[in-house]
Design a protein around this ligand. Structure first.
Ligand code: ARG
Length: 466
């Protein structure tokens, strides 16, 4: 039956079934929390000493023991036997093995329920810092692309139909904005991550004189949790993290979808660097955008992680329930997927080769300047709704005649309105169209250059803060 004697085995006459051990164990994945578990335990040992539970000598031995265990684990020396249950029991067991009975004093007044909550919070604080940095690196890659191609014009789309001309840089800056909100969401979430739960005990609060404020300070958390029942039950911070991850992945997936389209022969707008593309086992000519496709595909995993945790939470009575152990694989999967995607997309974007001629050609067909033609009539005093109709009719004529708006003669134009004169042709030119959109947030080159400066300055300031 049972393989090992359990730390909690006192009230049991029988060992644990091995299948149950395998089913309930979390050590195969929660080993990733070990640096944080050790950090939390060291802080807790100090708190126990201050509370008079441990002597200075005892606390010293425990802390040194924990530091040695951390070193062992850094070297990958973990025994992943499910009989150990989880990383918390593993480290405690190893501590007692190393320093003897006194190691058994560490868990005085403490529960794994608060311990695991702290570990996950410490872990998410660290990962959030990395994610914020990686989001910024991707923004820089997009900004560099935008800045080196400030003169590239592309068709802008609505409904995936050519709509109005845009600067390619302006289009890229849209993603910089999405990522700006993503970074802000992760940073904001930190407020709810960095709440210190130790002292909550199993659920009712510890009976020992633990200085919770000092513990929070030692761990660099600005707040202590205010209710012990909530502290061991709450996973809002993890749900929020998964929501922020999902939204970021949704943005990355949209970007990847566009890269896939742009790299197709049909569009031919960009070339993916060869080191970031893949071939076909059968078709010798193929160069496929697998990285972008996988990023799009993996987005579903992260959405799944969010829904899985929300679903695990929705029926839980207070306070701790073992269901909460299911949070970790979801969080780890989201972290790995999001960070892996951010890391691979930054160099891919930097290496993207832009086919400026193809993009410009694409703006020449599809009447992208039809709005400008209507605006031209408006500038001559025609109400917009009438101008819209006139230009609509002209577009219809152009389609029949296989002509562009700028190819129509003055005589042809005059059949639709007496307001047309020689100024029409310069008014509807691509560059004029771009330059007129000079509002804040518009695609006029002057505004786009300014937008790049503004976001660069913001990123620099943000980096200074960290
Ligand atoms: N492995 C557990 C988890 O991840 C740790 C807490 C276990 N607590 C308990 N009372 N069984 O949630």
């Amino acid at each position: 039956m049972g393989k090992t004697k359990k730390a909690w085995g006192g009230r049991f006459g029988e060992g644990t079934d091995t299948q149950v051990e395998a089913y309930t164990a979390s050590i195969s994945f929660d080993w990733r929390l070990y640096p944080y578990d050790v950090q939390g335990s060291i802080a807790y040992a100090r708190a126990l000493m201050k509370a008079g539970v441990l002597t200075g000598v005892e606390a010293g031995r425990i802390i040194r023991g924990l530091e040695e265990i951390k070193k062992e684990l850094d070297k990958g020396r973990l025994d992943p036997d499910p009989a150990h249950e989880d990383i918390h029991m593993y480290i405690e067991g190893r501590l007692i093995e190393k320093i003897g009975e006194v190691g058994g004093k560490l868990h005085t007044g403490r529960s794994r329920n608060e311990q695991v909550a702290l570990d996950l919070r410490l872990y998410l604080r660290a990962e959030t810092g990395e994610i914020v940095r990686e989001i910024r690196a991707l923004q820089e890659a997009l900004l560099d692309q935008a800045e080196t191609h400030l003169d590239v014009i592309m068709p802008g789309y609505t409904h995936l139909q050519r709509a109005q001309p845009l600067l390619w840089a302006h289009h890229l800056l849209a993603y910089v904005e999405m990522l700006r909100r993503d970074g802000a969401r992760f940073r904001d979430g930190l407020q709810r991550v960095t709440v210190m739960p130790l002292g909550s005990g199993a659920l009712a609060g510890t009976a020992y004189a633990i200085d919770r404020a000092a513990l929070a300070e030692e761990l660099g958390f600005p707040e202590v949790s205010r209710n012990s029942v909530d502290a061991v039950s709450d996973r809002d911070f993890a749900v929020e993290f998964l929501a922020a991850s999902s939204i970021t992945m949704m943005h990355l997936s949209r970007l990847c979808e566009e890269i896939i389209l742009w790299a197709s022969t049909e569009f031919g707008f960009v070339d993916i660097p060869e080191a970031f593309a893949t071939g076909s086992s059968l078709m010798p000519q193929k160069k496929n955008p697998d990285v972008a496709e996988l990023a799009r595909g993996k987005t579903g995993r992260v959405f799944g992680d969010l829904i899985a945790l929300l679903t695990a939470m929705k029926g839980l009575p207070l306070s701790y329930n073992r269901d909460l152990q299911e949070d970790k694989e979801r969080v780890f999967d989201a972290v790995d997927t999001l960070r892996g995607t951010l890391q691979v997309l930054a160099p891919l974007l930097r290496g993207l080769r832009v086919n400026a001629d193809r993009m410009r050609q694409a703006t020449e067909e599809g009447f992208l300047n039809a709005t400008d033609a209507a605006d031209y009539l408006v500038s001559k005093g025609l109400p917009f709704r009438r101008a819209h109709e006139v230009v609509g009719k002209i577009v219809r004529y152009c389609i029949e005649q296989r002509k562009r708006l700028e190819e129509l003669s003055r005589e042809e134009l005059s059949r639709y309105s007496p307001l047309f004169d020689a100024g029409f042709y310069t008014y509807i030119a691509l560059d004029a169209s771009l330059h007129r959109r000079a509002v804040v947030g518009g695609t006029a080159p002057k505004q786009v250059r300014k937008a790049i400066q503004v976001i660069r300055a913001e990123l620099k300031k943000e980096m200074g803060k960290k």
